[in-house]
Each structure stands twice: as C-alpha cells, then as structure tokens.
Design a protein around this ligand. Structure first.
Ligand SMILES: NC(=O)c1ccc[n+]([C@@H]2O[C@H](COP(=O)([O-])OP(=O)(O)OC[C@H]3O[C@@H](n4cnc5c(N)ncnc54)[C@H](O)[C@@H]3O)[C@@H](O)[C@H]2O)c1
Length: 246
C-alpha cells in the first residue's frame, strides 16, 4: 500500500487516463477526490470504483473556472481532511492547421489544458504547503516536447504545462511540495480512438516499441511520482511513449 493515508485529487477522471490513475491509486490505499465536466459519467465511475462508498468523493465542474477549482479543493479538504496529491489530467484537443485554426479552438485548448492546471495547482498550494508534503503531477504530452503539425494549440498548452511544472517545482520545493510532469505518447483512450487509420499506422511505425500505450502504463508512472520514493525529484518530465521521443 504505497498511498495509505494519502488523499489524491484527480481532474478529468471520469474516464481514460484519469480513471486508470484513480483505479490504481485506490488499490494502493489512497482516498480519492474525482473531478470532471461530465457529471453523469463521473458518478458512474465513482460508484464503479468504490461501490460501498467512503473512499471516493466527486465534484463535477469545469477546470477552466477558478470558482469550480477552488470549490473542489475546499470540498476535498472538508471531506478527507487534506489533499496530498494533485493530478492535473483534464485535457482536450481541437486540431486544425495553423491557417485554419479559429480563436475558439486556440482558446478552448489553452484554457482547459493550461489554465485548468494552473487553477488547481494554485488552489492546492496552500493546503500542501501547510502540511509540508505534496505532489503535483501534470499530465503533459510528447506533443509538448517535440510539436505536431495540426496541433499548434495543443502543443503550446502542453509545452506551457511543462514550463509551469518547472516554475512550480522551484517555488514550492522548500515546503516539500514536489511538482513533476508525465508526457504520454500515443495512449489508447477516447482521445485517440477516432484518429484516421492512416495516422494510426504512421504512429505504429514511428514508435520503437511498435505498439500504442495503455492508460494503466501512465498510471504506474504517476504512482511512482505520487509516492515517497521520489523524495529528491522535482521539476522533471517523464516520457511514457514507447521510445517515440527520447
Ligand atoms: N490519449 C493520449 O494519447 C494522450 C497522449 C498524451 C497526453 N494525453 C493527455 O492525457 C490527459 C487525459 O487524456 P485521455 O486520453 O484520458 O482523454 P479522455 O478524453 O479519455 O478523458 C479526458 C477527461 O477530461 C474531462 N474534461 C475535459 N474537459 C474538461 C474540463 N474543462 N473540466 C473538467 N474535466 C474535463 C473529460 O470529460 C474526460 O472525462 C489529457 O490531458 C491529454 O491531453 C493523452
């Protein structure tokens, strides 16, 4: 039980990578506070993970809204007494070529992927600093490390998230609040399932391990970054991409 007596708040956790992290953390003894825009799916996921109740609480809301983030963190502290681990996982894509990208597509992706993570990190900083123990884990992307045509907005949001990870790491280090990023490659979730077959084929040939990743493989790295094992690790970006980017 690597997360016994720990409470983790995970955004975008109704499905996909966030849900896989929730499942693993629960099996390692953590109490969970799950947040997502999709209230119905969030309830279903919470019931599935914790049928008897008591170990998983939820708050439906939009990470872009400062008041939703603050309310969620306040409720998490009220429910479980503390927030030890924050996983900034909520994210979206709205792909388009640069010349066709609308202001709305740019703003939506930057707001959810970057401002949303900022909102939750800011709201969690005080309780984590007070308790002199915290882990902030930002789910970035390989695209934020090496770019991708058709994803200027997404690449900027994830590159910004990596830069923000390092800034937060420097700011909170003396309080034992460690901030790191995980940069997944191509992971099989709703986000990637509808990509055209020729794009999927291209990625399969470009990934040295010759396969896509699973959400559970991201969760395992998050578990390491959430644990006491990383007592001297902060401001790092761990790629989980089958060798796609080194
Ligand atoms: N799947 C991949 O290949 C991949 C690769 C690199 C990075 N990532 C990143 O991993 C994270 C999770 O992706 P996923 O593949 O599980 O996606 P997903 O679409 O399966 O799940 C994302 C969840 O976030 C929620 N969400 C979206 N906007 C929100 C908002 N404004 N407020 C609150 N919740 C919101 C959605 O409702 C959904 O439940 C994202 O940040 C994504 O950018 C994914």
């Amino acid at each position: 039980m690597r997360l016994k007596d720990k409470t983790a708040l995970i955004t975008g956790s109704a499905q996909g990578i966030g849900k896989a992290i929730a499942k693993l953390f629960l099996s390692e003894g953590a109490k969970l506070f799950l947040c997502d825009l999709d209230a119905g799916l969030l309830e279903t996921t919470a019931k599935e993970l914790d049928p008897s109740g008591g170990r998983v609480a939820v708050s439906a809301g939009n990470v872009v809204k400062k008041e939703d983030a603050e309310a969620a963190v306040e409720k998490a502290v009220k429910t479980f007494g503390r927030v030890d681990i924050l996983i900034n996982n909520a994210g979206i894509t709205k792909d388009n070529l640069l010349m066709r990208m609308s202001d709305e597509e740019w703003d939506a992706v930057l707001n959810v992927n970057l401002k949303g993570a900022f909102n939750f990190a800011r709201a969690c900083a005080r309780p984590m600093m007070k308790q002199r123990w915290g882990r902030i884990i930002n789910i970035a992307s390989v695209v934020g490390q090496f770019g991708n045509a058709g994803q200027a907005n997404y690449a900027a949001s994830k590159g910004g998230l990596i830069a923000m990870t390092k800034a937060i790491a420097k700011e909170l280090a003396t309080r034992n609040v460690l901030c790191n990023a995980v940069a997944p490659g191509f992971i099989r979730t709703r986000m990637t399932e509808n990509l055209p077959e020729e794009i999927k084929k291209f990625y399969l040939t470009a990934i040295p391990m010759g396969r896509f990743g699973e959400a559970e493989e991201i969760a395992k790295v998050c578990l390491f970054l959430a644990s006491d094992d990383i007592s001297y690790v902060t401001g790092q970006v761990i790629g989980v991409n089958g060798g796609f980017y080194m």
